[in-house]
Design a protein around this ligand. Structure first.
Ligand code: ADP
Ligand code: ZN
Length: 750
């Protein structure tokens, strides 16, 4: 038995899987638990670490050094999260300390428990009028402050008083001394929604389909040990959110907590409002975690969870690591969204982690989507997940009519709105917009490309003007007359002569949202139009304000990128135009068809959400491709069946896993050679059933000045392959100029 209060086994935060034992000093008995962040002495330094286990004594012989400090007043990791970290480390082949780092927001890691402070001031007794009079002549500032306090009902915070009385801080000292007021230190939470009003919403009477889904969820919440993860396939407008809300109500009633993941992009004020409104009497116990918060807000929201003051967390991808305890239900909305994949190490998939966390912590998991990922859908077909279906809109309306417009015909007829040779609006779509303007209904036009022109080519030599550092054409942004690289952000003044042959015949082509806006303004000069993309939505709250205006029908037409494709619900929108359905279809990715179908169904779901019937126009040069045809009939399951067959034939996911190894470097041959070396080493002892491709250039062959190569492996079982890869990587020395990364279950093959 060690002297002191036992032994803490820690994982260093800054070093590869290194577990060390330290003694817990007597003075901290009971304050060090599993999950506590500490500092420990190591080679004359103090380094941060996380306690992963408490022991009575250490197997090591030598006398242990003592823990040097404790960070924060409570453990930063729950036991459940520590187990999840181990799982992530093993499955995605990342050192566990990197996972632990990723689990804490940077603002929490760097500034643990630095909260904003304020003083709460309270009047001890009412000053009599004559006293106040005297004071006004002798100490006018003190008199003013008492007056202000009285006006505020006898109490106020210092920061509030300072607004009217800049000198309040000094005056307070005298008032305290003379016993007029008391002061208490309080903590201020930087609440991103402090100023918002939420009208309470009442639970709706569920439709039959909703009721069945809800019952299944509740059953799983009650008996998580017997339940499979649930996959809710509900068409857009079928009322999935209402099912979530009512299920969460039950979870809270049972004294448990709920975690709701939504894609970053649909973490709009509208989404958050629906939750805050339903739980309006406890809205302070909802924490929101996403990337648009300020550091301070994120810090405070996170501690709200860690201190147990929040029992609902709504957040994007990384909120899967929210330190909630007593988890009753994890919901992943729009579970098919690629943005659930973290593309930097540790490269994890938050939807998959939701299922794992649910299993580790014994809680129910609900994945919801109108267009489930084929991975999840396949799991439902094989019985690994339980499939719940909601096939009808809550309002009993039929799904919007989807009309496919063959742009090849349009182009031949030449009747649409085109500039140069790019057809932007077909005649049919233009007529449909006109009709909406006449009926005072609203239109959304969708195009997943920013900028004005998307290419600049030389007519003499055929040269495409590319970014010097990336193998992609540059996009013209007309507002500031610059060519911009959408990969690295490089900007330059558009050349007037071909950079290669010096001839003047440069020609722009292609179109993005900026050009669509210009064209639409020209065709419909009387319409009120707004564009929503990352170029126009720079200012904080700009997106919120624009959407508010659109909802209030101060705008007729909304033009936008994927920022407007998801989750928005505007009852007066009766027309959605997809200007180019082929952008996703032409991606060099085996999921291109799946992505296209998802996009079309999601975008179409924005139309006809209210009393009025919706219509969707899809412009395409490939009208007969299966993704477009199945989307047209809103037939997700038909598509899934056909696509799964195809995937099976090629052994693509969900039939087997992929591991994508990439190399990057300034020198092309070195980057390629590195992967070839790795390829050779991996071949020896490659686990049975694993198949390895050949090193080849990535589809984005150069980015940020670095050449990119990739090597694709396929396997039915990840762990043996991950272990093999881990061993090879540990035994091989790679040139330091070449960055080699690996991605388990990649969602993008770029
Ligand atoms: P989804 O998330 O499946 O696209 P929503 O949850 O946004 O669908 O619901 C679509 C619309 O239907 C919303 O306006 C919602 O308020 C309404 N709604 C949901 N459930 C019901 C119900 N049981 N009765 C009436 N309206 C409902
Ligand atoms: Zn670039």
């Amino acid at each position: 038995m060690e002297p002191g209060a036992g032994v803490a086994r820690v994982q260093l935060e800054g070093a590869a899987a290194l577990e060390l034992d330290y003694a817990v000093p007597e003075k901290w008995a009971g304050r060090v638990s599993v999950g506590t962040r500490v500092t420990v002495p190591l080679q004359n330094q103090r380094v941060p670490a996380v306690v992963i286990e408490l022991l009575e004594s250490s197997p090591h012989r030598h006398r242990l050094k003592e823990i040097a400090g404790i960070v924060g007043s409570r453990p930063m990791f729950t036991p459940g999260l520590l187990r999840l970290a181990d799982w992530v480390a093993e499955y995605y082949l990342v050192p566990v300390h990197r996972v632990l780092r990723a689990m804490l927001p940077q603002a929490v890691r760097d500034r643990p428990e630095t909260f904003l402070k304020d003083s709460h001031l309270k009047l001890v007794r009412e000053p009599a009028p004559e006293v106040l009079d005297k004071m006004t002549t002798r100490a006018p500032l003190q008199a003013r402050l008492l007056e202000e306090l009285r006006r505020r009902g006898g109490e106020a915070t210092l920061s509030d008083l300072r607004r009217d009385l800049p000198s309040a801080t000094t005056v307070i000292k005298s008032l305290l001394k003379n016993g007029w007021i008391t002061r208490a230190e309080i903590r201020v939470t930087r609440d991103p929604f402090q100023t918002e009003e939420f009208l309470p919403s009442q639970p709706l009477t569920l439709t039959e389909e909703q009721q069945a889904a809800y019952d299944a969820v509740i059953e799983a919440v009650r008996k998580p040990a017997d339940a499979k993860p649930l996959l809710l396939h509900g068409v857009t407008g079928s009322g999935k959110t209402e099912v979530y809300l009512q299920a969460i109500t039950d979870v809270l009633k049972a004294g448990k907590t709920a975690l709701v993941l939504v894609p970053e992009i649909s973490l709009t004020p509208q989404t958050i409002e629906r939750f805050k409104a339903r739980f309006s009497e406890r809205k302070d116990s909802i924490a929101v975690l996403h990337s648009h918060l300020s550091d301070g807000e994120r810090h405070d929201e996170w501690f709200k969870v860690q201190e147990g003051r929040a029992d609902i967390v709504i957040g994007a991808r990384s909120a899967i690591f929210a330190p909630l305890e007593r988890l009753g239900l994890i919901i992943v909305d729009e579970e098919h969204e690629p943005s659930y994949k973290q593309e930097d190490a540790p490269r994890y998939h938050a939807r998959d982690l939701a299922v794992v966390r649910g299993r580790l912590e014994g809680c129910a998991v609900l994945l919801g989507s109108a267009t489930p990922s084929l991975e999840s859908f396949q799991n439902a077909l094989t019985g690994k997940y339980e499939l719940l279906r909601m096939t009808r809109r809550t309002d009993g309306k039929s799904m919007p009519l989807i009309r496919i417009i063959d742009m090849r015909l349009q182009r031949r007829k030449g009747t649409g709105t085109s500039i140069g040779n790019a057809m932007i609006l077909s005649e049919r779509l233009r007529t449909a917009v006109t009709a909406r303007l006449e009926r005072r209904e609203q239109t959304i036009l969708f195009l997943n490309r920013r900028g004005f022109h998307t290419t600049l080519d030389c007519t003499a030599c055929g040269e495409v003007v590319q970014c010097q550092d990336c193998a992609v054409p540059m996009t013209l942004h007309k507002a500031d007359n610059r060519l911009v690289c959408h990969i690295c952000g490089a900007r330059r003044v558009p050349p007037t002569k071909c950079p290669s042959c010096k001839e003047p015949g440069l020609k722009y082509g292609g179109f993005g949202t900026e050009r669509v806006e210009a064209a639409v303004r020209e065709v419909f000069p009387q319409a009120r139009i707004a564009r929503v993309d990352t170029d126009t939505m720079q200012r904080k709250n700009q997106l919120r304000d624009t959407l508010k205006d659109f909802r209030a029908q101060k705008l007729d037409i909304l033009i936008g990128t994927q920022m407007i494709a998801k989750g928005l619900d505007f009852p007066n929108v009766t027309l959605v135009g997809v200007l180019n359905a082929d952008t996703a279809l032409n991606l060099p990715d085996f999921r291109a068809a799946e992505r296209t179908l998802q996009l079309l169904i999601q975008v179409a779901g924005r139309a006809g959400r209210g009393e009025l019937k919706g219509e969707v126009f899809v412009q395409t040069y490939a009208p007969h491709s299966p993704a477009i045809q199945f989307a047209r009939h809103n037939n997700f399951e038909g598509f899934a069946e056909q696509e799964l067959e195809h995937r099976q034939a090629f052994k693509y996911p969900p039939y087997g896993h992929m591991v994508l190894i990439s190399s990057r470097g300034k020198h092309q041959t070195q980057a390629e050679f590195t992967l070839q070396t790795l390829h050779k080493r991996l071949e020896q002892g490659l686990p049975e059933g694993a198949v390895m491709g050949e090193p080849s250039p990535s589809s984005l062959a150069k980015a940020h000045g670095q050449y990119r190569f990739q090597l694709l492996l396929r396997t039915e079982r990840i762990r043996p392959l991950a272990r093999h890869l881990g061993k090879v990587m540990a035994s091989i020395t790679l040139p330091p100029e070449i960055l080699v990364t690996w991605d388990v279950d990649p969602v993008s093959l770029g």
